[in-house]
Design a protein around this ligand. Sequence first.
Ligand code: SAH
Length: 215
Amino acid sequence: MMMTPRAQQQMQFLFALRSKGVTDTRVLTAMEKTDRALFVRGHFADRAYEDMPLPIACGQTISQPSVVGLMTQALQVAPRDKVLEVGTGSGYQAAILSHLARRVYTVDRHKTLMRDARAIFERLDITNLTAFTADGSFGLPAQAPFDRILVTAAAEDPPGPLLAQLKVGGIMVLPVGQSDSVQQLIRVRRLETGFDYEELRPVRFVPLLEGLGND
Ligand code: SAH
């Protein structure tokens, strides 16, 4: 039987994810349900199923699918979890999280990105996701504490307010390091007595910046 081009692209996309180490079936299913082409606009849309980061508005990027998959997998989201994502960008990562968690909050410092991402969330009828324009380095105190926190922009160190808004037993995954150099993806677990830090892999993300963007 012949496969449609879309089905074939989808199969190659999932194959690429598996070959890069994304093996968690819940994560793969969530990524299969989330069409990356919707989140990539303009002339890069036809490259949406390739495993590479792509430019979005406001000089930002939508992450490489395999990195999205590995970060989501490292976050170990359970179906009852309340999750915070810092760095909505295109909304792609948040949409994936919405399939895995009970409730997702996502924040970005750029109004333009927020407006575009919200339009897609509405179009996809995602009802367990709330998106705000805010400086995410302060977290989201009104909704804290969180079971899981995912940061998709690089800070030099894990921001204190985010550590404080993590539940005991909770997990945060984030890139740390100087911008423009190799950063480390780390996993932080909050224990009864403190925090446990684990280095996962080198990554490259745009920087976590202070304050709101002017667009
Ligand atoms: N997760 C996104 C990609 C993120 S790119 C996706 O799936 O497409 C990183 C994003 O972090 C950018 O959109 C940038 O505006 C945002 N960002 C940087 N610093 C921030 C901060 N302090 N608070 C909130 N968002 C921030």
